[in-house]
Write a protein that binds this ligand. Structure first.
Ligand code: ZN
Length: 657
């Protein structure tokens, strides 16, 4: 069984000439032309795909926060119980195992290159060719006597759109379409290999987690609004038990995918899976009565201080409820241009009541503070008030604020491209205009810190944790700003508060380790980094930090092990290469150290520490002239008053004597 999810792929991109693989697959199987995601966000939508339940049921309702707790049966888990080997290959950090979608998988490959600063960018990704390559290597080694379930997630069509040139051409110069063309080609590579492996005994499902706005209804990307530009997705099923060349215009939900796949392999659907069996075989219509209504939601607008959206599609009607009601006749108006709630108030009211009931039936993953977490926050000096409600009933319909959101995404793209100072004016304006928007406040504060204004950032982050005391990320951000501002006391307290709310969070554990290291508490630091690397084994930066802490403790063997592991994860990790160099110098193997420092400098030419260390290695191995040259380089490059400059001056002076 092969499940492919192509992130951010609009339903209407099939059949336009640049998806030959998927078009051919659709001709071999059943294509659902009216399939919708349950939420236009990557993590919650995939949680639906894997559990066959709605977001209020599985509890994962946002990206980047909370985790699926495994309390519901999953498609991979149920197949594993039936003897399947289960493996997942992930294209972006947003689906990292820390968010819990690894439940049921024997193998969960989420080795996404991390940001060098070890910050957790949800957008960190790897190209489709790498994901498919990893899947093919696994398949090569898989046990052919046993069935397999493989999930491959390709992230490429997600913004920014930067397809390889030949696919940009194939899509007539449209970058978004070019990304889809590239993903389609990689699905082709995957399918060829999988068909060879499985022979005729293969069941394939291809879909997406959500679409993309591309400017429709004013929305550039996805997540903030709930129009069909972002809710409708492609859905193709093909394989032995599936009809050939059928196109089905019946409205279906991605909640139905897991039960359908289970049914097709002859497995019972557990009660907890509330999706239904989709009709994929003539004469064997699965469940007699397909539910006519499709539920969807997005609570993402609440992060901006706006109203979450509840969606219900029932026959020709689609309702989007926020602080206002929008009703569309999607049968005659698929573009959702004519709003009809005034003409059909009873329909709108009844649908809203139903959607709101479903919406409120579940829980948020970031639920109210538990007593214990609240106690710990208070002990750390923070007011553990009740968390702010998800949104006030009067909060704006995000539709009316979408222009501000687009400005926000543009500013964030600048900040992510190391141009934070340029993003500051726009972020400040948004933060001022939307005081109830947590993401605006946090993004402004983070950009201030990245622009070298850590004290200003710290002040804003303090206000954020006072207002949203249930948000571990807010406490982590405060800790990072306080550390940059040199306020070790608040850095430690805030990081501990983040861990009180989210004890296993690797980012917060790594942050705690750094704070301990600053203060010379290397044993505490090593313990924190060990936990961080256990929670996020694919993170080279955390592993290199563990090496640094062990080295500071004099555990050179343990340090070397950590550095080498970091370089296995990321061959270009400067800090790990530098650390190995230092160990070699300490072991009086300076000549061997030179190559490590050179490797560190190839990865990060601006590293003053590695430049200085290279000078020391030259000196220790008797290359005095080169050492002097290297020290002069450091003196020229290092800012006045820096430790590296001072050390280089002293070493150079000592050489002259
Ligand atoms: Zn996505």
């Amino acid at each position: 069984v092969l499940l492919v999810t192509i992130d951010t792929m609009r339903a209407d991109r099939l059949g336009r000439g640049f998806t030959p693989t998927l078009d051919a697959l659709a001709r071999e199987g059943v294509r659902f032309t009216e399939a919708r995601a349950t939420v236009p966000l990557t993590l919650p939508s995939h949680a639906t795909i894997l559990t066959g339940t709605l977001p209020p049921e599985h509890g994962v309702r946002e990206n980047g926060t909370g985790r699926f707790d495994g309390s519901l049966p999953t498609l991979p888990g149920l197949l594993r119980d039936r003897g399947y080997q289960t493996a997942a290959f992930i294209g972006a950090f947003v689906l990292d195992r820390r968010f819990g979608l690894d439940h049921g998988f024997d193998h969960y490959d989420d080795h996404i290159p991390r940001d060098a600063t070890a910050s957790t960018r949800l957008e960190a990704d790897r190209p489709a060719a790498d994901v498919v390559g990893a899947a093919l290597r696994w398949l090569e080694a898989a046990d052919r006597a046993r069935p397999s379930f493989v999930w491959v997630h390709l992230y490429d069509p997600h913004a920014p759109y930067t397809p390889p040139a030949e696919y940009l051409d194939a899509a007539r110069g449209h970058p978004y379409d070019g990304e889809i063309a590239y993903a389609d080609a990689q699905v082709g590579v995957l399918l060829n290999a999988v068909r060879l492996h499985a022979g005729g005994n293969l069941l394939i499902a291809v879909t997406s987690d959500h679409g993309e706005g591309l400017g429709e209804h004013g929305e550039a990307t996805h997540g903030m609004l709930a129009y069909d530009s972002t809710l409708r997705v492609p859905l193709i099923l093909a394989g032995r038990e599936v009809d050939r060349g059928t196109t089905t215009p019946v409205a279906v939900s991605l909640r139905d995918l897991a039960p359908t796949l289970l049914g097709l392999v002859g497995a019972p659907t557990p009660q907890a899976m509330t999706g239904t069996h989709l009709p994929v075989r003539a004469g064997k219509p699965a469940d007699a009565a397909l539910p006519s209504e499709i539920y969807a939601e997005t609570i993402y607008p609440a992060a901006a201080g706006w109203s979450p959206l509840r969606v219900l599609v029932d026959g020709r009607w689609k309702l989007i409820a926020s602080s206002t009601r929008e009703l569309y006749d999607v049968a005659s108006d698929p573009g959702e241009r004519r709003e009809l709630s005034a003409q059909h108030p009873n329909v709108a009211a009844a649908m809203e009541a139903h959607a709101s009931r479903i919406f409120a039936s579940g829980t948020r993953t970031t639920g109210p503070l538990t007593g214990e977490a609240a106690d710990r926050l208070r002990a750390l000096g923070y007011v553990a008030a009740a968390p702010a409600p998800m949104a006030l009933p009067s909060a704006a319909n995000p539709r009316d604020a979408i222009a501000a959101w687009n400005r926000f995404e543009e500013a964030l793209a600048l900040a992510a491209g190391a141009r934070s100072p340029e993003a500051l004016p726009a972020l400040k304006a948004l933060a001022d205009q939307h005081p109830g928007g947590r993401v605006f406040q946090a993004a402004y504060a983070n950009a201030l810190r990245q622009s070298g204004r850590a004290r200003d950032a710290q002040r804003i982050h303090r206000a954020i944790v006072a207002r949203w005391p249930d948000d571990p990320t807010a406490f982590h951000d405060l800790a990072v700003a306080a550390r940059d501002a040199g306020d070790r006391d608040e850095a430690l307290r805030a990081q501990q508060a983040a861990l009180a709310l989210s004890p296993q969070d690797p980012t917060a554990l790594n942050g705690l380790g750094l704070i301990h290291s600053d203060a010379g508490r290397h044993e505490d630091a090593a313990r924190a980094f060990e936990k961080a690397t256990a929670a996020d084994p694919a993170n080279a930066a955390y592993t290199a930090n563990l090496g640094n802490a062990r080295r500071a403790l004099g555990d050179l063997t343990g340090a070397e092990r950590a550095y080498r592991r970091a370089l296995e994860i990321d061959a270009g990790h400067a800090d790990a290469a530098n650390g190995l160099g230092v160990i070699h110098v300490q072991q009086r193997r300076a000549a061997e150290a030179i190559a490590w420092f050179e490797r560190a400098l190839r990865a990060d030419p601006g590293s003053l520490e590695a430049q200085l260390n290279l000078g020391i290695a030259y000196q220790e191995s008797g290359q005095i002239k080169r050492a002097a040259e290297q020290y002069r380089k450091v003196i020229a490059a290092a800012p006045g008053g820096s430790g590296e400059r001072k050390a280089a001056q002293e070493l150079l002076a000592a050489l002259r004597e």
